[in-house]
Design a binder for this molecule. Structure first.
Ligand code: NAD
Ligand code: DAU
Length: 352
């Protein structure tokens, strides 16, 4: 697909920054990226250091809030936005349980604002791609997987706000004919993930000899996808996906949380042997469960594989190895993102 001016929202976050790097590394992308991010606690411009210089003229950053209607209109007009890839969101389930308000604002009202700004562009507008999550489908029992036909049953304020934004995207396609695509993806992992999420949190705590908090009995199952595989799926859906359609994206890597935490402990032990010997598995601490904690997620991505030929390139074993190594090698990055706000969150959530 020919895109001249692509608005990427939330490009300073985990997946957004990986997506911008991924797209700009491809010689077949000839457009310009306008990254709009309001730099919440999860947004970090350092995630994109070096990007502007690598392809001069191809990357612009604007510090703006997607809930600011006037700012969004102005940006669409100023840069002649002809496509949107919408990542910006409040994304952490535990935060949504404690303080849901910002999730309603950013995830629902912010998405509505962008859809309106896109609609006002008229026939020159080519595509609104909305990034969503498998959590909209709710929780699975021990068997089966989510398909695009699975009914929505969100269980947290986060997933309910994402479900709501998905419905708005669908409605703008059906009602106004806005060209849209939507992807619902499973848990991502890789470089630049904010260390409140399970994998980076466990890597960093393990290195520092701190407790590794596992919710409930640790038997909840997530399906893990390496972040650049997600980025490539998004690129292909934007280029060739059918307009008005939804595509599930998954990693074919289901894992119980406790098994995952043990794997991370073993990798950290291998790369940085514990000073006093022993195993970091000894740091694992079972803590109070997350309220409404979804038991199991699994994704059936047969539609994406069948129509576009996408499947994950990275195996879970090699992806996790690279990821743990990245957090070990980038301690300075971890230190810098662990601001005062991060420390007060950790105290509130884990009572440390
Ligand atoms: P993240 O929390 O790391 O990044 C979110 C980014 O959005 C940050 O840079 C933040 O500053 C920005 N942002 C937040 N509110 C904003 C606002 N009002 N205006 C402008 N910018 C704002 O999130 P992530 O993990 O990179 O997730 C990106 C998207 O992918 C989200 O929509 C999320 O729901 C979805 N998703 C995430 C995963 C996952 O495993 N992380 C899986 C499936 C789907
Ligand atoms: O499934 C996609 C979703 O994956 C995305 O939509 C979300 O934005 C993303 O944050 C992620 O949500 P999860 O809640 O699955 O991710 P998190 O890393 O917070 O937790 C993963 C699992 O680990 C979950 O079962 C809860 C558990 N957990 C998490 C933390 C932070 C623990 O046991 N201990 C912890 O300290």
């Amino acid at each position: 697909m020919e895109i001249d001016n692509l608005l990427v929202t939330g490009g300073c976050g985990f997946i957004g920054s990986n997506f911008i790097r991924h797209l700009l590394s491809r010689p077949d992308f000839g457009g310009r990226i306008i990254n709009v991010d309001s730099l919440t606690y999860a947004g970090n411009p350092e995630n994109l250091s070096g990007v502007a210089g690598a392809r001069p003229g191809s990357y612009i950053f604007r510090n703006a809030d997607i809930c600011d209607t006037a700012a969004m209109r102005a940006i669409f007009a100023q840069y002649g936005i002809d496509a949107v890839c919408h990542f910006a969101a409040e994304s952490h389930v535990d935060r949504s349980i404690l303080r849901p308000g910002s999730f309603i604002q950013t995830n629902i009202v912010g998405t509505f604002n962008l859809l309106e700004a896109a609609r006002e562009r008229g026939s020159g507008f080519r595509l609104f791609h909305h990034i969503s999550t498998d959590e909209v489908y709710g929780s699975l029992g021990p068997a089966g997987a989510f398909t695009e036909e699975t009914p929505y049953r969100p269980n947290s304020p986060y997933s309910a706000s994402k479900a709501s934004s998905d419905h708005l995207v669908r409605a703008y396609h059906e009602t106004y004919g806005l060209p849209t695509t939507l992807s619902n993806c499973s848990n991502n992992y890789g470089p630049y993930q904010f260390p409140e999420k399970l994998i980076p949190l466990v890597c960093i705590n393990a290195l520092e000899g701190k407790p590794l908090p596992v919710y409930g009995d640790g038997r909840n199952v997530r399906d893990w996808l390496y972040v650049t595989d997600h980025c490539e799926a998004i690129r292909q859906i934007m280029a060739r996906g059918r307009r008005g359609e939804t595509y599930n994206v998954g990693g074919q890597a289901e894992m119980e949380n406790i098994a995952l935490v043990e794997m991370i402990c073993d990798l950290v032990d291998e790369f940085v042997p514990p000073p006093g010997g022993g195993s970091r598995r000894g740091l694992i601490t079972f803590v109070k469960d997350r309220p409404g904690h979804d038991r199991r997620y699994a994704i059936d991505f047969a539609k994406l594989r069948g129509e576009l030929g996408w499947s994950p390139a990275e195996s879970f074993a090699s992806g996790l190895r690279k990821t743990v190594r990245w957090y070990i090698d980038n301690r300075a990055w971890c230190e810098r993102v662990r601001s005062g706000e991060y420390r007060s969150w950790i105290r509130e959530q884990y009572g440390e």
